[in-house]
Design a protein around this ligand. Structure first.
Ligand SMILES: [Zn+2]
Length: 399
């Protein structure tokens, strides 16, 4: 058990307690004011708040950060695919290690990561002992037989921490047959499903022309949407699709930085989703379409983009943005610096949304254990992986 002393404590909606002692048990339940504990952390000048859930990323793409800038979406994608052809399982493992470290360091205790060589990411996730959603990704190709058998192997394995998940890449890369295969596996192993949907206008036009359906309808026809489904991007969804998503209980993952950076335009339907009580989650997407895994920056962008696009400053209020980012466990954020001055109970949450930063996270607690700062063993593992990746970089980007 961990006792955080003298801390400002944010725990639910907009409730804040000042200068309290908070005890965190093995299941991350909290109680106030007690001295029965093993570890004591001084929380002076800090806020104790829920850690983050990064609902969409591609962890291993950290290796490509900053190397695919200022390009049109399809040129960008083609450039990324060219580098991906050179990736090996070993690179993906080490990239996963460093990328998980980056997420953890910024307060992310759980994430959904879509990428190939997923067994390698799963290995890294197990080493960090984190509840990350990882698993097979389906796209149209000639290797479907292999893909299905390795997916089944993965789902049959018993994982201590990984939450096995099935991914379809997107409507424009998955035929009805591919999606039917995903549906069968999803049903058989009762796993969550994630897919990119309605990211660009071109996708909507193509899918409608080809199948007579909008992208979310097309997905639902072949892999029925449900509470375990997360649809990523959704910048071009119609009201009919939003009604469908609400009826089925699926969640929308908003990646505002990635959408802005790749200029996919669109309009994330924050207000319409809230009206229909659709769960909104936030995701950073990969470091290639974002450059960071910083959920504070994602919250800021989500709030700003919604207000700007709707011409309405009341859309995406602080409380909704904070709850869209909420994950398991707790984190301590240093709010004593000038950037938060004057930090009071009244303004601190707004300042976290609009002016927070991952570098201000001092501690991350999950399952009643301090996970960040990293222990020596994890620290060594991260350093080894960084070194490996720096060497690999010369083969991925020779010039
Ligand atoms: Zn993505």
């Amino acid at each position: 058990m961990i006792l955080v002393k003298n801390v400002r404590f944010f725990y639910d909606g907009t409730k804040i307690r000042e200068n309290v002692g908070v005890l965190i048990d093995e299941e991350d339940n909290v109680t106030l004011e007690t001295d029965k504990t093993d570890i004591v952390i001084d929380g002076s000048g800090k806020i104790l708040m829920p850690a983050f859930f990064n609902a969409h990323t591609h962890l291993p793409m950290i290796i490509m950060r900053g190397n695919h800038e200022d390009q049109y979406f399809h040129d960008w994608l083609a450039g990324v695919w060219r580098v991906e052809e050179k990736l090996t399982p070993e690179i993906v493992y080490h990239a996963s290690v460093v990328s998980i470290a980056e997420n953890m360091r910024g307060g992310v205790t759980s994430a959904i990561s879509m990428y190939f060589f997923y067994e390698e990411t799963a290995r890294a996730v197990e080493e960090f002992e984190l509840p990350y959603y990882v698993g097979p990704v389906f796209v149209d190709d000639h290797k479907m037989g292999d893909r299905v058998s390795s997916a089944e192997r993965f789902f049959k394995e018993s994982w201590d921490h990984v939450i096995p998940t099935i991914f379809s890449h997107a409507p424009y890369t998955c035929s009805p047959e591919t999606l039917e295969t995903v549906a069968e596996l999803k049903e058989k192993y009762n796993v969550p499903h994630q897919i990119h949907v309605s990211e660009t206008r071109e996708e909507v036009v193509d899918i409608k022309r080809k199948y007579g359906l909008y992208p979310a309808e097309y997905v639902d026809k072949h892999v029925p949407l449900d509470e375990k489904t997360t649809l990523v991007h959704g910048g071009w969804l119609t009201k009919g699709e939003l009604d469908l998503i609400a009826r089925k209980g699926a969640a929308l993952v908003h990646c505002p930085v990635s959408n802005a950076k790749l200029a996919t335009h669109g309009f994330f339907p924050w207000r319409e989703a809230q009206e229909r009580k659709i769960r909104i989650l936030l995701g950073t997407d990969s470091q290639v379409s974002n450059n960071t895994q910083d959920m504070f920056m994602e919250m800021r962008m989500a709030a700003l983009a919604a207000k700007d696009r709707y011409w309405d400053a009341t859309v995406a209020p602080v409380s909704e943005v904070l709850s869209a980012a909420r994950g398991p466990g707790w984190m301590l954020v240093d709010v004593s610096g000038l950037r938060f001055f004057p930090a009071t109970r009244k303004n601190v949450l707004a300042n976290l949304v609009f002016n927070g930063h991952s570098d201000l996270v001092t501690h991350v607690i999950l399952n009643g254990r301090v996970r960040y700062p990293f222990d020596e063993k994890i620290e060594k593992r991260i350093e080894r992986s960084k070194e490996f990746l720096l060497n690999a970089l010369t083969t991925l980007y020779p010039d």
